[in-house]
Design a protein around this ligand. Sequence first.
Ligand code: ADP
Length: 475
Amino acid sequence: MSEELEAIKKILIRERLARKQAEEIIEKKSLELYNLNQQLLKANHQLEEKILERTKELHEKNLQIKSNEERINLAIESAGLGVWDWNIEKNNLFYSEEIAGLDGYTKDEFLSTFNSFFDIIHPDDHDKTKQGIVAHLKGETKRFTVDIRLLKKSGGYLWVFIAGKVIQRKGNGEATRITGVYQDISYKKQAELDLIEAKEKAEYASQAKADFLSTMSHEIRTPLNGIIGTTNLLLESEPNQEQLKLLNALKFSGKTLIHIINDILDFSKIESGKIKFENEVFHLKELMDSVFSTFQLRAEQKGLELTFKCPAEMPKYLFGDSGKLIIVLNNLIGNAIKFTDSGSVKVLGNFKYPKKDEVIVEFSISDSGIGISKENYKKVFESFSQEGAYINRRYGGTGLGLAITKRFVEIQKGNISVESKVGAGSTFTFSIPYLIPKNISKTKKEIKQTTELLYDLGGAKILLVEDNPMNQMIA
Ligand code: ADP
């Protein structure tokens, strides 16, 4: 019995132990479960928060998109733009209301395939539209833009600007969708056309003015040459002292007038772009000597010292327009003498060689005359401008000489400038690039041959044809 009791006791102890263990396990597992549950709740909470956050973000994004869309629509509307979208594969052309409206069509009447849209484009604009689109579809241009005329429902054409860009391509690069904007530019086009018309009118008026000046100069020159020629004939007919004085005055006035007329003619030619430049080989020293001798007498008469200085090493022959160089030198030396009452006029030559066959010829003409104020440096090179009214009263002139000189120098890719001080004289400096003729010995020979040919004319009879009776008499 005690053995049985002992056994039952042991069983009870084991059971109690087992229960305790089981209770401990249950407690542990419950705790784990509780913890898991807590974690799950926390995760769930976090997820809900994230969803809320995301929903808010999405809502804000949607609002942003909507306001952007509204802004774009407003911008498009205020710019008077229409939007179009062409699905190339389906040949379906979408357009906003404005496009149809611009041409006076309703949306239903407007054309929804590209081909039918093409039919209302002005025939003269077909080619440029096709070329523009094809080039863009091929990827040759960043965007497609074109100004074309579209047929309005009410008749007549409307100028429009169309711009577009491919926004979809297949894997092989083939464009499948192109979209863009469209704008009524009739006002702009009309303004452009008005501008072109105004420009043409202005050009016509300017041409008419130049033609008038040129014709008048020619017309005045002919009788003037007659007056100078007749004066020369009278000067040769042994006039008495009084007559000689009057005839010289007549000759001087005639020559001054011819000079003015020549200036006007040159100026009108420059203005109308009709000035021509001759390219020929010329002997520089001979040219300078002839210019110098022209002015020597005039300088002597005014009691001025006139000097011409050039470095010993200077190019003999140049290739360019000798006539224009003479005019430039004449104008500058003529002015220097004219505006100098005492002292000297010095002409200095200088030569630079930027290349083997090129020389930059620079001349500076300095005088000890009345000078020019610094603020008038630029002004004196403008046409019809003189330093002041008193200059014209005292020295005469047209104010064209320097304008012509500057243009002649600049058209030949040269430069001209002035340095001066009122009462202390002026220095005008200009430079012009010339080519040095390649085969100088051959050139010399050619020049010699032409000169010989000219001298060979001795004894020859000359037939002079002249329709002007005055000129016939003088000739
Ligand atoms: P013009 O001599 O017929 O008046 P130019 O165009 O040759 O016309 O000269 C414009 C003006 O520039 C002259 O009226 C004069 O005021 C000024 N000018 C030109 N050369 C000189 C000079 N060497 N000294 C002082 N003033 C000059």
